[in-house]
Write a protein that binds this ligand. Structure first.
Ligand SMILES: [Zn+2]
Length: 182
């Protein structure tokens, strides 16, 4: 079968090309549709339910046409490759992971989550989830938003409300207060 990609054969230049080309746009589009693309054993796996809108835009067909690049881009993001956008959002550069182990540590400490405090905004072009229980260091709020497509970073809803210029996604990191129910 030719459909499995041997990741050991993928060069860093392949990753850079995938992350700056149509494949990355398709991953951002997948995020917009609320589905995830991950790579297992060299094959792209789509999880989540595509909205009808995705049928109209022939999303799956376009994904199939870029299958190899999409797989490489998704694998690269999972390994900690990052895109850094210029301030005007017009260009971006690709950052290779400094040390893969650092990224894994960051992920696992994020998942441990809990009672973290965060600044009212931070840059995160991957839109990684905000851990439950996180509160804004400035106002102690727990509502966060980012751009639905091409995320620039998470911002506190109270301290930095969205301007309405682009569609946003919001999350609440409030945790149920079990002691109050007792
Ligand atoms: Zn705040």
């Amino acid at each position: 079968m030719a459909d499995r990609i041997d990741m050991d054969d993928v060069l860093n230049d392949d990753r850079r090309a995938a992350l700056t080309g149509p494949a990355m746009a398709l991953l951002i589009e997948a995020d917009h549709y609320g589905v995830q693309i991950r790579v297992e054993d060299g094959r792209p796996i789509l999880s989540g339910k595509l909205p009808p809108e995705a049928g109209e835009t022939q999303f799956l067909q376009r994904l199939g046409e870029c299958r190899r690049a999409v797989t490489i881009a998704a694998d690269s993001l999972a390994l900690g490759w990052k895109l850094e956008w210029s301030a005007d959002g017009a260009s971006c550069r690709v950052l290779a992971p400094a040390r893969p182990s650092d990224y894994r540590n960051e992920i696992s400490s994020g998942q441990r989550g809990g009672t973290g405090r965060r600044p009212a905004s931070w840059v995160d072009t991957e839109g990684k989830p905000v851990p439950a229980g996180t509160t804004c260091r400035s106002c102690r709020g727990h509502l966060w938003w980012r751009e639905a497509v091409r995320p620039q970073g998470w911002r506190c809803r109270a301290c930095h409300p969205p301007t309405g210029a682009v569609p946003v996604m919001e999350v609440s990191t409030a945790e149920a207060d079990l002691s109050a129910a007792a």
